[in-house]
Design a protein around this ligand. Sequence first.
Ligand SMILES: Cc1cc2nc3c(=O)[nH]c(=O)nc-3n(C[C@H](O)[C@H](O)[C@H](O)COP(=O)(O)OP(=O)(O)OC[C@H]3O[C@@H](n4cnc5c(N)ncnc54)[C@H](O)[C@@H]3O)c2cc1C
Length: 404
Amino acid sequence: MAIDFTLPPDVVSVRLRVREFMEKRVAVEEERMRREGGFRKGYAALREEAKREGLWAPHMPPEFGGMGLKPLAMAFVSAECGRTMMGAYVLNCHAPDEGNMHTMLHHATPAQQDEFLRPLVDGKVRSCFAMTEPEVAGSDPTGIRTHAEQDGDHWIINGHKWFISGARGAAFAIVIACTDPDANPRQARNTAFIVPTDTPGFTIVRDIETMAGHGNHCELRFENMRVPDENIMGGRGQGHRLGQARLGPARLAHCMRWIGNAEVALEMLAKRALERQLHGGVLADKQLIQAMMAESAMELYAAKLMVLHAAYLIEKEMPFRQEVSMAKHHVANMLWKVTDRAIQVHGALGYSTDSPLERMLKHARSARLVDGADEVHLTQIAQHVIEAIRSDGTTRAATGRDLL
Ligand SMILES: Cc1cc2nc3c(=O)[nH]c(=O)nc-3n(C[C@H](O)[C@H](O)[C@H](O)COP(=O)(O)OP(=O)(O)OC[C@H]3O[C@@H](n4cnc5c(N)ncnc54)[C@H](O)[C@@H]3O)c2cc1C
């Protein structure tokens, strides 16, 4: 049997430990904090507890103070985290820090790792990733206008960014700036700089209000920020490549958490359908409602398989871009549809703020924009289909490789 879906015992064990911690500690505390407030203190205490339980920075290697889990195990851990509001933050594997840690692990110099990565993994500081700009399309980062001019062994950075998650309170930003405007290919124009947020000229203009409220997605201005040469990460002209490398695993990590969110929405849908009485029965007796359950269950199941396969490819160091794009698009849209159906089944209650579903739907909407908008992924997926058919006359390479 070439394919064995039995989970390795260590993955089962870590999944159960995280599940128990999320159910018995994080969910319980979040419920209490919703009633009584005190979020900052509450989360700080939960993070200390996670450290004591040995459930800290699961995606980072032990030599950096993490659990050393590989992508497959992380898929299960992240899905458990996604069943709570801030479970990933409690374990220190939340966006954007999780993606930044990966990037710095693979691309930062030892000195950069000591100065910036270690405190990040320890949970002493937070970070942000500053790429998107209001003036140019975020879907085409080769057009970035934030620019860095060399000045001896320093760089002077000027620019404008927005939707930079976690910027308020971050100790440093990974800033993507144009250093080589005439470079050919265009992908070689940008460079990544690690910029401490207390650098003079770094300004947070505002925390942009989104349909889900203020989520610390900030607009930033950079005015003559002076950053030393040694703060370049991954080499000059490597900003685009580094952004792409970051986005593979980071996109998948988002997907894993969204699976947890969708599970919660489907459970709410099913529970409500089983208790809501009408016409002498319950909603769950109605075939139209059953169809919603069935569609949601199938979409969720497909999502899990896609995420696991993409995680497997990353873990085996095989090409993964097509599978990560397909998983990202599918999971983001699945989350949106399942949450919307759960609202429908709850009727007016689902539309109200008495139910968490309206908040969940507003958050779910951003999944179709962040880490590549739907259309960006569809374009790439189609490109792979064209390449596959041209290369051997089949679409196998673009539809799950050698799966079937
Ligand atoms: C909640 C949230 C958090 C975010 N956090 C961060 C962050 O931490 N750091 C950061 O740098 N950025 C962040 N972003 C920005 C995000 O990465 C961008 O919004 C995204 O890359 C799209 O860029 P844009 O908004 O400029 O849209 P545009 O690039 O202007 O695209 C607009 C629309 O055009 C369509 N489109 C794009 N490309 C194509 C195509 N090839 N074919 C057909 N249609 C297309 C899509 O529908 C897309 O939504 C965040 C955004 C949100 C909403």
